[in-house]
Design a protein around this ligand. Structure first.
Ligand code: ADP
Ligand code: MG
Length: 693
C-alpha cells in the first residue's frame, strides 16, 4: 500500500491527487511524510473575554454569523463565539470568495493580531476548520490538533487542515503497519528513540505533548543520521580508496619565501600552516577547509602550501570564483614567487585561443608549476603532468560537482578549500563534514575597524566630497554599483553612465577607472594593475570585485544601492578596504524605501566588523536552507530537522553515523540490512555524488 498512489485512499480522487503532486506527494508514503506545520492545543488558545488589543493569539469558537457588509467598499465579516464572548473576523479582499468558504455553526480556530474596533476583531486571520468528528468541544478536551501546510490549490479541493486530517487518518489506518523501520534497534535503544511506526502516528495525531516531542526527535534523528552517514562515507571514500601523495620535503624555497615576506606571519597563520603541513606529510590525501575572515591573510597560506607541493616535484592549481580574482591571484603569485624559479600561468575563459593553447601545453608538459584560473581549470581539455595540490578559493561559490571534477584531474591531489564565509562550527561540521577544518582566528596586527556609515542617497554629494578629500591625500577609493547578475543590462548601463559623470565631473581632476564583468580579460587585467599601482585613484566597479581583491592603499568604499545586497556580499565588498595601516571608511548608500530586512542588514554592517557576527545575523534572516543553498551543497534536503537549532541531536547522530561507517569497511558489508536498505533507497543518487565529491 505504501508505494501505491494516494488515489487509492478513500477520500482522494483524481483532482486531489493532482493537487497533492504540487507539494511533492504522490504515494501513500509521501503523504505520511507530509507533516503538520504546527499544532494546536489548549495552551495556545485565548478565551475571548481575555483578549487584549495587540495580542497575537489563537481563538477557537463557532461561526455565529457571517456575510458581506459595507457600502461601496465591501468587506466580509464573520463573528465567532466561544463560551465567553464574540470576536469579529474581517476580510477586505476576495469578499465573494470568503462568503463561499464558511458556514454557520462550524468550529474554527482563528489566529492573528487582535485590534479593537467597537468589538475585538482580527483582520485577515489565519484560520483552520476544526469541526470534524467531535472537535467542536475541543475547548474541553486535552487534544492536540495538527495543522497542515496548505495552499490555494489544495484548499480548493478541500485539502485544508481539516481535509488533511481526514486523509491522514485514512492513510495511517491502512498503512502505518507496513512502514519499515529505518534505524537499528540497538541504536534506538542507545539513543532512546521511539520506533518509526509510533513516530509517524504521533507526528500526525499525538496523544500528548510528550508523544509529540518523542516523535519529532525520532524523525529528526533519522534525517540527521543518514545525512551524517553520507558524509562519513564521502570522507572515507576520499581518504581510503585512493592513495594520495606524501610530500616529504620542506625545502629551501619555502623557507626563503617565508623569510622574504615584508611581514611576520600571524600566529594563526603559523598554526594553520602547521596543520596543513601535517596533512601533507601523510600519504592519505588532505581535505582541509581553511576558514578566515575577510583580510585575515589566506592568500599567503595558500602560496606557502603550493610551494611545498612544488618543492616535492608536483604542480599546484589555484581556482578562484571570478576572472578578476584569478587575475589578481596570478599577479600576486608571480610577484611573490619572483626569484624562486617557479613558473606561474593563468588560465581563464576569456583568453585568446593561441594564448590558451600555449598555457594548456605548459600545463601538460609540466613546465608550469602553478596554474591559477577560474572554473576553466576543470573544463574539458586541461591535462596536468602531475597535479599534487589543488587550492580552491572562496569555496562557498563552488558547487560540489566542480570540486569533484578538479579532484579527479589528478591522482588524488591534496585539497585545500578556502572560505571567508565564517560558518558556526556545528554547521561547518555538517556542511563540510568530510573536511578537516583550520581557522585563522586573528587579523594581521594594526588593522583598524572600518568606519561604516549608512547614508541616504540624498547625501551623495557630501560623500563624494569626502572621497575627493581622501583621494587628494593620495589614497584610493572604490565606488560600487550593484549588478546582481552580470546580464542585467540596465544596471550595467547605469554603472557606465555613472562612470562618465565621475570622470568628467565629480572627480574631473583625478583618474577614474571602470571595471565590469563584460570587459575582456586583458582589459580587466590592465585596469586592475593600474589601480594596484596607484595610477587610478577612483575605481568605479560592479560587484566583480566582491571577493578577494587586495589593494591595501584603497581606504574608501562607497556602495550604491546597498539595500539591494545581501549581508555576506556587503561584508566582502567592505573587506576590500581596511587592508593596510590607514583608517578606512565604508559608505552604504541606500535608496528608500528599504524593507525591514534591508534595514537590519545595513544596521548590522554599521555596528560590527566581525564576520562571525554578520554570518549569524545572516543565518537568522535567511534560514539555513538559503544560507547554504541546499542544491549547491549537494546535501539531501531536511524536512524536519534544523541543522542550526538541533545541534545536540546533530552531534549524537554524527557520532552514531561515523561509528557505524568506521566499523564497516565497505558499504555493502553492512551487517545491518535495515540501514543499508534505507540508505540505498533514499540516498543512492546523493551518495553517487558524494563519492566523487
Ligand atoms: P584574505 O584572507 O581576505 O584572502 P589576503 O590574503 O588577501 O586576505 O590578505 C589581506 C592583506 O593582508 C594582504 O595585503 C596581505 O599582504 C596582508 N597580510 C597577510 N598576512 C599578513 C601578516 N601576517 N601581517 C601583515 N599583513 C598581512
Ligand atoms: Mg582572499
Amino acid at each position: 500500500m505504501l508505494n501505491t498512489s494516494v488515489q487509492f485512499l478513500k477520500g482522494i480522487g483524481e483532482k486531489r491527487a493532482e493537487s497533492l503532486k504540487e507539494v511533492g506527494v504522490r504515494t501513500v508514503l509521501d503523504l505520511l511524510y507530509y507533516f503538520p506545520r504546527r499544532y494546536l492545543d489548549r495552551s495556545h488558545i485565548t478565551r475571548i473575554k481575555d483578549l487584549r488589543e495587540d495580542l497575537t493569539t489563537t481563538i477557537v469558537g463557532q461561526v455565529r454569523l457571517c456575510g458581506i457588509a459595507g457600502g461601496r467598499k465591501k468587506r466580509f465579516v464573520l463573528s465567532l463565539q466561544d463560551d465567553t464572548g464574540v470576536l469579529n473576523c474581517v476580510w477586505f479582499n476576495r469578499v465573494q470568495y470568503w462568503s463561499r468558504i464558511f458556514t454557520r455553526g462550524e468550529t474554527l480556530a482563528v489566529s492573528g493580531k487582535v485590534s479593537h474596533f467597537g468589538n475585538y476583531q482580527i483582520v485577515h486571520p489565519d484560520f483552520d476548520r476544526l469541526s470534524d468528528n467531535g472537535d467542536s468541544n475541543f475547548q474541553n478536551t486535552g487534544r492536540i490538533i495538527p495543522l497542515y501546510p496548505s495552499s490555494d490549490t489544495l484548499s480548493r479541493v478541500g485539502l485544508d487542515s481539516r481535509g488533511f486530517r481526514r486523509v491522514q487518518r485514512e492513510a495511517l489506518a491502512g498503512s502505518v503497519q507496513e512502514l519499515q523501520e529505518t534505524l537499528p534497534e540497538s541504536l534506538r535503544k542507545r539513543q532512546e528513540l521511539v520506533d518509526l511506526r509510533t513516530a509517524i502516528s504521533s507526528i500526525h495525531f499525538p496523544e500528548s505533548k510528550m508523544d509529540l516531542v518523542a516523535a519529532r526527535t525520532r524523525l529528526k534523528f533519522d534525517e540527521l543520521f543518514y545525512l551524517e552517514l553520507m558524509l562519513a562515507y564521502r570522507k572515507r571514500s576520499v581518504e581510503g580508496a585512493n592513495k594520495g601523495i606524501e610530500f616529504r620535503k620542506v625545502g629551501a624555497r619555502t623557507r626563503d619565501l617565508i623569510a622574504s615576506l615584508p611581514y611576520e606571519l600571524t600566529s594563526a597563520q603559523k598554526k594553520v600552516l602547521h596543520e596543513i603541513r601535517a596533512d601533507m606529510k601523510q600519504e592519505s590525501p588532505m581535505n582541509r577547509l581553511l576558514q578566515g575572515d575577510v583580510g585575515s591573510g589566506k592568500t599567503v597560506v595558500a602560496l606557502v602550501t603550493m610551494l611545498m607541493a612544488i618543492e616535492n616535484g608536483f604542480q599546484s592549481a589555484l581556482m578562484a570564483p571570478t576572472e578578476i580574482l584569478a587575475e589578481q591571484h596570478y599577479l600576486t603569485m608571480t610577484e611573490m614567487l619572483q626569484g624562486l624559479n617557479v613558473a606561474v600561468v593563468l588560465l581563464v575563459g576569456s583568453q585568446k585561443k593561441a594564448e590558451r593553447e600555449a598555457v594548456l601545453e605548459s600545463i601538460r608538459s609540466g613546465q608550469a608549476d602553478v596554474v591559477v584560473g577560474t572554473h576553466a581549470l576543470i573544463q574539458g581539455k586541461v591535462d596536468y603532468k602531475n597535479l599534487g595540490l589543488t587550492v580552491i578559493d572562496e569555496q562557498h561559490r563552488f558547487g560540489v560537482m566542480q570540486r569533484a571534477a578538479l579532484i579527479e584531474k589528478g591522482r588524488t591531489p591534496d585539497v585545500l578549500v578556502m572560505t571567508a564565509t565564517p560558518i558556526p562550527r556545528t554547521l561547518s561540521m555538517t556542511l563540510y563534514g568530510d573536511l578537516d577544518v583550520s581557522i585563522i582566528d586573528e587579523l594581521p596586527p594594526g588593522r583598524k575597524p572600518i568606519k561604516t556609515y549608512w547614508r541616504s542617497d540624498k547625501k551623495r554629494n557630501e560623500i563624494y566630497r569626502f572621497v575627493r578629500e581622501q583621494v587628494e591625500q593620495g589614497e584610493q577609493a572604490y565606488i560600487i554599483f550593484p549588478l546582481i547578475e552580470e546580464s542585467e543590462k540596465i544596471d550595467l548601463q547605469a554603472a557606465v553612465e555613472n562612470f562618465e559623470t565621475m570622470r568628467q565631473d565629480v572627480f574631473a581632476r583625478r583618474t577614474v577607472g571602470l571595471l565590469h564583468g563584460r570587459m575582456k580579460s586583458d582589459e580587466k587585467e590592465t585596469v586592475m594593475r593600474e589601480f594596484k599601482n596607484g595610477n587610478i585613484d577612483v575605481l568605479v566597479s560592479t560587484t566583480v570585485i566582491e571577493v578577494g581583491v587586495n589593494v591595501p592603499n584603497a581606504t574608501v568604499m562607497v556602495i550604491e544601492n546597498a539595500e539591494r545586497f545581501g549581508l555576506p556580499q556587503l561584508h566582502q565588498l567592505r573587506g576590500r578596504v581596511g587592508r593596510g595601516q590607514q583608517e578606512s571608511y565604508c559608505f552604504l548608500v541606500a535608496h528608500y524605501p528599504i524593507s525591514a530586512e534591508g534595514k537590519v542588514r545595513l544596521d548590522t554592517l554599521t555596528t560590527t566588523n566581525d564576520g562571525f557576527k554578520i554570518a549569524e545575523v545572516d543565518l537568522k534572516l535567511r534560514g539555513p536552507g538559503e544560507f547554504f543553498g541546499t542544491k549547491q551543497s549537494g546535501l539531501p534536503e531536511l524536512k524536519i530537522a534544523d541543522i542550526v537549532k538541533d545541534t545536540e541531536l546533530l552531534i549524537r547522530a554524527r557520532e552514531e553515523a561515523f561509528a557505524l561507517a568506521s566499523q564497516d569497511k565497505q558499504i555493502l558489508d553492512f551487517e545491518n540490512t535495515t540501514v543499508r536498505t534505507h540508505f540505498f533507497k533514499k540516498y543512492r543518487d546523493k551518495f553517487e555524488l558524494a563519492k566523487v565529491g
